[in-house]
Design a protein around this ligand. Structure first.
Ligand SMILES: [Zn+2]
Ligand SMILES: [Zn+2]
Ligand SMILES: [Zn+2]
Length: 344
């Protein structure tokens, strides 16, 4: 299986394989490469070649693991975590100094189309809207497991067939801990709220709409902006205008505009940067397992959002070593370039 390990200095967690077959110099990558498509098991009609589905949006009356679905969620065959063990947190090493958690969690693949489409920008708005709806369904389901604290939804696009299936998909990893980057956002938002009794994200949105320099597009319900101190050239973020900490509370009628913003921003980025590898991540509130005095103001202080991170330049020593980013095109210029690209 796998093991979650905590770096004692930074507090950052990592997942490592403890299964012998993946414990090779390139580990999981080797396994995935063998799995990559010559024929694609994510296509409609090949349902029996994947693990049984956890959920699918499908035509009424159609049976699980048969054709007739629009979006299908399956456990990852090479899941980095699983639920087949009891959650066990312990110290290891001669002095039990190092913190570990066995690989407890859920790793799911969201297959975003029954058709063999290989780029998110080729999906219809209707289809992207369905995918967003499925994200809500899965997060709500995973929340019911009180041992899980966070569900991270992310997508790796364009990393090549060597490490990933080409058929459009995103992933959900739910863990018994909150990832460090989310923790940082949560504590920063909480501190700001304590001081000002306002949401830091709402204040950023207000500021950005006022100056307009870094706004890529502004709809009735969502805005897209290039963050003031972005890490990567042409990084963008999508925020709901209305304050809400939890993505699963977004009403169904708002998902169409979100799909539009997501699709047009990715299309513009892809066009401008000539199809760079990119990630997107959904940052939403943790599962809020009761923890004495901990989530008191989260409904007021946190604001869910999507981050789109193109990797047109590889991170180098300064970035990796310093967690400090050199980002030549200014976010203001990036926003202007993105505004000017003809989108669909
Ligand atoms: Zn396929
Ligand atoms: Zn807010
Ligand atoms: Zn974020």
């Amino acid at each position: 299986m796998s093991e979650l390990r905590k770096d004692p200095i930074s507090g950052r967690w990592m997942i490592t394989a403890t299964r012998k077959e993946v414990d090779t110099p390139i580990g999981l990558i080797t396994v995935r490469k063998e799995e990559r498509e010559r024929d694609c098991p994510f296509c409609e009609g090949r349902e029996l070649e994947t693990p049984p589905e956890a959920f699918a949006l499908r035509k009424e009356g159609s049976k699980p693991d048969t054709p007739g679905w629009a979006v299908r969620v399956i456990p990852s065959k090479f899941g980095v975590v699983g639920l087949n063990e009891e959650l066990e947190r312990k110290g290891v090493g001669d002095f039990f100094f190092f913190d570990t958690i066995n690989g407890y969690g859920v790793h799911e693949i969201v297959i975003e189309s029954p058709l063999h489409i290989t780029h998110i920008s080729k999906l219809t708005l209707e289809q992207i809207e369905k995918v967003l709806r499925v994200y809500q369904v899965r997060l709500n389901e995973l929340k019911k497991n009180s041992l899980l604290k966070y569900g991270l939804i992310f997508r790796n696009q364009g990393y090549g067939e060597e490490i990933s299936m080409l058929h459009v998909h995103s992933q959900i990893i739910a863990l018994p801990l909150i990832p460090k980057s989310i923790k940082e956002e949560l504590s920063s938002a909480k501190n700001y709220y304590e001081e000002k009794e306002r949401c830091i994200f709402c204040d950023i949105i207000k500021q950005e709409l006022y100056s307009h320099e870094r706004i890529v597009s502004a709809g009735d319900k969502f805005i897209v902006l290039a963050p003031f101190a972005s890490r990567f050239p042409f990084e963008t973020q999508i925020f709901p205008r209305k304050h809400e900490c939890d993505f699963t509370n977004v009403p169904a009628e708002d998902l169409r505009e979100l799909a539009e913003k997501l699709k047009s921003t990715i299309m513009k980025t892809v066009k401008l940067l000539k199809d760079p590898p990119l990630n997107f991540v959904l940052h939403t509130a943790p599962f809020m397992v009761p923890e004495a005095g901990f989530w008191l103001t989260i409904k007021q202080d946190y604001h869910w959002h999507i981050e789109i991170l193109p990797h047109a330049m590889l991170a180098r020593g300064f970035e990796w070593g310093g967690d400090f980013y050199i980002n030549p095109p200014s976010p203001e210029a990036a926003a202007k370039f993105l505004r000017d690209v003809e989108g669909e």
